[in-house]
Design a protein around this ligand. Sequence first.
Ligand code: ACM
Length: 185
Amino acid sequence: MTTIGYVQVEPRFGEVATNLDAMRSLAAQAANADLLVFPELASCGYEFVDHAEAQEHGESASDGPTVALAHELAAAHNLTVVIGYPERDGDKVYNACALATPDGHQINYRKLHLFDREKERFDRADNPPPVVETPAGRVGLMICYDWYFPELARVLALNGAQIIAQPANLVLDKCQRAMFARSVE
Ligand code: ACM
């Protein structure tokens, strides 16, 4: 059996170090989980005004502070961690999430379906949604509004996902119920 922890956070916009400390404390309370999922853009907040501001707060997928925390928590608590963060890559910035396993493996996913004004803040991604073999099972990744498009969950299922980890910042009233539908499908 896999125990999944969902960590709800209330980030202070742009205060990454403070937010990461809060996430570290919350994770310690859920350390019995096998898989721990944090929200979309958990470490810095969601409401960027434009692309320049998102880029200013963007972090490297290889050694940024949020990815470092994912690895730290995965190793410290022997669990798999998924965290949403703004990923900067050159002059691009993506609404991304990182999955880290206890043995130091990392997979990155960039949100494919940008919601509403996210299209002004983030660059469009073209990566396929990944399915990752982890000690918690085969985990597929999507981010928030990706739920709206059944094809994405279907691709994850066809590629062997047993669990879909979905860092989210849900704003539409039907999202929570829709994810039940995606799971049943
Ligand atoms: C959303 O994709 N954050 C609604």
